[in-house]
Design a protein around this ligand. Structure first.
Ligand SMILES: Nc1ncnc2c1ncn2[C@@H]1O[C@H](COP(=O)(O)OP(=O)(O)OP(=O)(O)O)[C@@H](O)[C@H]1O
Ligand SMILES: [Zn+2]
Length: 638
């Protein structure tokens, strides 16, 4: 590390901005510094956590709680003291990072972990006309893409996979996989018992449905005055695992082609224990010094043990009791957090009891936590490979070497005996609402919909704008922030009325201009009136077209790298064809066929001595790809 690396003049004069100093960012800063980049600015809003230390190697235990950007700078200056590194402990969406700020850089490099920040940086790079090298990793998968205004597609030209969602009825009535039980336990039961009671929740629907046939279930989720906590826990248990299942069974149609679930009542599972014994028996294990944990309280230690139905029932009741006795103040404000031990225990137990009822194999707490927290374990080596590729692309960008720009996917492709797949970037998508000027079209019931619904459901949620401002010709219709009461009244009124208040109301179709000052981003939306919407298929009550919609979970095959990944969300679904050794990278709109091997031989990312790529580090073990294309397996080197 002591000798200076050779640096091309493009690197010597470069000023670069890195966004994110996490898993990819730490590797990237080190590689930039060692490659001779003299002037690096880093934005990261986070402080260091213990869980970062296994892979974010610039950080040490004693840095926990300090700014990632600042500590990363100090760590790198220790071995490259003569370069400039400017840290910002801030959100990249802060107004200080405006177009003028972005314009000072030759290239921007992203090492982020969320769609929102990525979209924001993409838009500012377009507005400032600064090239962007974007990246993401999930476990062993990763990718690097290059976005240069007018030359390649922008980050938003292609749709991104939507986070996995499940039909409500699968979750509430007909689960067939363990993940369905987890979603039910976490998003319905946990949220209902410990979260905001006023929020819509499908358990509400079920209990009010039930209320019409049985008068005493209406308040089942409410604790009666002076009701003993263990009795209350058993009442909830019997309601959700017993009574609700019986109710569901009464609908014969549902079970014609399915296995019928089995109602589970606490007295049957815990038959040898009187109603109040669960808590009382175990209180002797409880100590104020220990973290609040039902497992600890019941003397259960191993998170990799699969609990029996009886054990799950005891954990369920004990976790329930602990929430109400030890964490009472938080009740009403809790949302599931994968790092909250008691919440994980409760959700694991509830999911397992439901799984038992539906004949689905039970899982241990470790597995359940991974599913509930959408955890894909980060792999330091993938981050390092991706950081190297970012620097390779950054150097090409600085040299304006357009014909060699590559998007590179880090994706095992055993048949080709390679791990990195470079493809030529696409041209900008002419119908991209972000980097082209194509107007969007919005069908909406103008008599019923409010301007503020349009802002929430379309402008913020779908177009990713932070601080929108809406104009109709030269008339201001909506702006974010503190506004006068009469403006608020317009937002609350239906759209028809809001448009009618303008000097020249439009009846047929109206063009709205939506602008986000913070992102220097403008797009046009053509409003068309439509009377009816299908509640199931069009739940927003409005339909936006002319934009690239996220890919639904169903279309994502197994290898999809989704948005909820723990490290960084990568974006591409790779599908291997069964017929031959062809691989296509499906980016939803188009299939991207990889160039022949001869085509990619000039790519900097593709190494002539591919053999080097066959050995990768798997945390502390080495794994090697077998050269035999038919029986390719990871092999551990002993
Ligand atoms: N809007 C933003 N502004 C600035 N930094 C951001 C923004 N959004 C995300 N980041 C940073 O991007 C980095 C992403 O790093 P990484 O994917 O390794 O996540 P992490 O939070 O460090 O780890 P993990 O999520 O796996 O526990 C984080 O350090 C995070 O603070
Ligand atoms: Zn675009």
């Amino acid at each position: 590390m002591a000798s200076s690396p050779p640096s091309s003049s493009a690197i010597k004069d470069a000023k670069v901005l890195m966004v994110g100093a996490g898993g990819i960012g730490c590797e990237l800063l080190k590689t930039l510094a060692l490659s001779g980049f003299p002037d690096i600015h880093i934005i990261d809003m986070d402080t260091i956590e213990v869980s970062n230390l296994n892979r974010q190697f610039l950080f040490r235990q004693f840095h926990v709680g300090q700014s990632k950007a600042k500590v990363a700078r100090d760590a790198v200056l220790k071995f490259r003291p003569h370069i400039n590194i400017t840290p910002y402990h801030a959100n990249v969406k802060d107004p200080e990072f405006n177009v003028d700020f972005f314009k000072q850089f030759n290239v921007v490099l992203n090492g982020l972990d969320n769609l929102d920040a990525r979209r924001h940086v993409n838009r500012l790079c377009l507005a400032a006309n600064v090239p962007l090298v974007e990246s993401g990793t999930t476990g062993f998968l990763g990718q690097v893409t290059v976005h240069v205004k007018g030359k390649t597609e922008c980050y938003e030209c292609q749709p991104k996979p939507a986070p996995k969602t499940y039909p409500v009825c699968t979750i509430t009535s007909t689960p067939s996989k363990f993940v369905h039980c987890i979603v039910w336990a976490k998003d319905l039961l946990f949220a209902k018992l410990f979260g905001d009671k006023n929020q819509d929740n499908d358990l509400n629907v079920r209990s009010s449905d039930a209320a019409s046939s049985s008068k005493n279930v209406e308040d089942v989720f409410e604790r009666r005055k002076d009701e003993d906590i263990d009795q209350y826990g058993r009442k909830i248990f019997d309601h959700v695992f017993g009574y609700n299942i019986e109710l569901a069974l009464s609908n014969e149609e549902t079970w014609k082609n399915r296995n019928r679930p089995k109602p589970i009542y606490s007295k049957d599972v815990l038959s040898d224990e009187p109603a109040q014994q669960n808590g009382n028996l175990e209180k002797k294990y409880e100590s104020d010094e220990l973290p609040v944990s039902a497992m600890a309280s019941l003397g259960m230690k191993n998170p990799q043990d699969i609990w029996s139905l009886k054990e799950n029932s005891r954990i369920f009741l004990e976790a329930f009791r602990l929430f109400f006795t030890k964490r009472e103040k938080e009740i009403g404000n809790l949302s599931f957090d994968k790092d909250d031990q008691l919440a994980v225990e409760f959700v694991t137990a509830a999911a397992n009891i439901r799984a038992a009822s539906f004949g689905i194999p039970l899982q241990n707490l470790f597995e359940a936590k991974g599913i509930a927290g959408n955890i894909v374990h980060a792999v330091a080596t993938t981050n390092a490979v991706i950081a190297g590729l970012i620097v390779i692309e950054a150097i090409k960008v600085l040299n304006n070497d357009i014909k060699n720009y590559r998007m590179t996917y880090c994706l095992e492709h055993p048949a080709r005996n390679m791990l990195l797949m470079p493809v030529e970037p696409f041209e900008p998508n002419k119908s991209c609402y972000v980097c082209s000027e194509t107007p969007l079209s919005l069908e909406i019931n103008t008599n019923r919909s409010k301007l503020k619904d349009l802002v929430e459901k379309i402008v913020k949620a779908k177009l990713g704008m932070n601080l929108p401002l809406i104009m109709c010709a030269s008339n201001l219709l909506y702006e974010a922030g503190d506004v006068e009461d009469d403006m608020v009244a317009i937002y609350e009124a239906n759209l028809e009325k809001a448009l009618a208040e303008l000097p020249s109301p439009v009846t047929g179709g109206t063009m709205l201009t939506v602008e986000d000052m913070q992102q220097e981003f403008v797009c046009n939306i053509n409003i068309k009136h439509r009377e009816e919407f299908d509640e199931e298929k069009e739940p927003d009550g409005m339909v936006l077209s002319g934009w690239t919609q996220p890919v639904s979970a169903a279309e994502n095959k197994d290898k999809s790298v989704g948005n909820g990944a723990s490290t960084s969300d990568a974006l591409i679904t790779a599908v291997e064809s069964e017929k031959d050794d062809e691989i296509t990278i499906v980016s939803t709109l188009k299939k991207r066929k990889l160039p022949d091997e001869s085509d990619i031989s000039n790519s900097a990312a593709e190494s002539k001595n591919q053999k080097q790529l066959e050995v990768i580090e798997d945390e502390d073990d080495l794994v090697m790809l077998d050269g035999d294309s038919d029986s390719v397996k990871k092999r551990r080197l002993s």
